[in-house]
Write a protein that binds this ligand. Structure first.
Ligand code: 5RP
Length: 228
């Protein structure tokens, strides 16, 4: 199976965690694309009554077109289960997210959810976080100052750009600065530093958040409960 097929294996297994009556959080990305298809199929075939909050307009559009009832996060009082992709997961079940620049909305939905499941192909499981550049989201006002602060801390920042070299904007109209770190030896220390930076709205370190990881492997889907 190729990477895309492994993502589908994980997504389809995770869709089985959805129960009648749930309010769901739906993540963003190519793995979540398969998840939304699988959940919509269950809604159609089993008559599940669910509603969902999306972490991006891409996911909202897909889910709503497939008949899933979508809600604004401000109109729900809880989320039972959030299922999302990830860019890297280490052996302590800490993660990097934000490859699709949706990490601020994703973190908001994840921290509102009673349970979090991540769905990944096996290439995303790593010993140490950091090979995947760590996304941050910065507000345009003062973003050059934030950039220089990150540079002076040797965090190797790069503004994320599109194919034309133009800085990409998030859903919130902000910029993404990716930190090319190679290895993150102390994720909690880095998180504290980034959390304290004025103008840096959010970052893609998702620590102590996930409850279960579903990994697509050549032998099928593996469900792993996070142990910390
Ligand atoms: C988007 C994310 C995605 O969940 C992450 O990038 C994984 O994406 P994919 O499933 O396409 O590999 O964090 O901001």
């Amino acid at each position: 199976m190729n990477q895309s097929e492994l993502k589908k294996v994980a997504a389809e297994r995770a869709a089985l965690f959805v129960e009648d009556g749930m309010t769901l959080g739906l993540g963003t990305g190519s793995t979540v694309f398969f998840l939304v298809e699988a959940i919509a199929r269950r809604v159609r075939e089993e008559g599940l009554h669910i509603e969902a909050v999306a972490t991006s307009s891409r996911t909202a559009k897909q889910a709503s077109a497939l008949g899933i009832t979508m809600k604004d996060i401000n109109d729900v009082d809880h989320i039972d289960l959030c299922i999302d992709g990830a860019d890297e997961i280490d052996k302590h079940f800490q993660g990097i997210k934000g490859g699709g620049a949706a990490h601020t909305l994703e973190k908001m939905v994840a921290t509102t959810s009673r349970r979090n499941i991540w769905i990944v192909d096996e290439s995303k499981m790593v010993d140490t976080l950091g090979k995947f550049p760590l996304p941050t989201e910065v507000i345009p006002f003062g973003c050059e100052q934030v950039f220089h602060r990150l540079e002076s801390e040797n965090l190797h920042p790069h503004f994320r750009t599109d194919a034309d070299g133009k800085r990409i904007r998030t859903h919130n109209g902000n910029y993404v600065i990716d930190l090319h770190l190679g290895q993150i030896k102390h994720p909690h220390l880095l998180k504290s530093f980034l959390d304290g930076q004025v103008g840096l709205l959010e970052h893609g370190l998702f620590l102590d958040l996930v409850d279960t990881v579903v990994v697509g492997t050549q032998d099928g889907a593996k469900v792993i409960d996070a142990v910390r």
